[in-house]
Design a protein around this ligand. Structure first.
Ligand SMILES: C[C@H](O)[C@H](O)[C@H]1CNC2=NC(N)=NC(=O)C2=N1
Length: 96
């Protein structure tokens, strides 16, 4: 899949909630906060199942109710439509 250029990423980010382009321009990032660990892990489970279906996996870091996510496409060396699609799913799966 083809790597998106910065203007295309900026446009795509407008359709997402609170996602940012990383400083190096190679990934998008968002931090999710939930009521407790159970809610955070439920979210991670929903995302994990979809990520595996898409064969597109997040980089993430969880502490209690917080999930920090980074999405990038290693094969393309940057952000692709797959990252945008997974981010959109995460927004929905988070209920936020
Ligand atoms: C071999 C396998 O298809 C690849 O490693 C897949 C799996 N999951 C992936 N996930 C992400 N985020 N980027 C990739 O390029 C990627 N590639």
């Amino acid at each position: 899949m083809k790597k998106l250029e910065k203007p295309a990423i900026e446009t795509a980010l407008k359709s997402l909630k609170d996602w940012q382009l990383a400083k190096d321009g190679l990934s998008i990032e968002r931090t999710f906060k939930f009521g407790d660990f159970n809610a955070a892990f439920g979210f991670m489970t929903r995302v994990a199942l979809m990520a595996d279906k898409m064969d597109h996996h997040p980089e993430w870091f969880n502490v209690y109710n917080k999930v920090e996510m980074t999405l990038t496409t290693h094969d393309a060396g940057g952000v692709t439509q797959k990252d945008i699609d997974l981010a959109s799913f995460c927004d929905k799966a988070s209920g936020q």
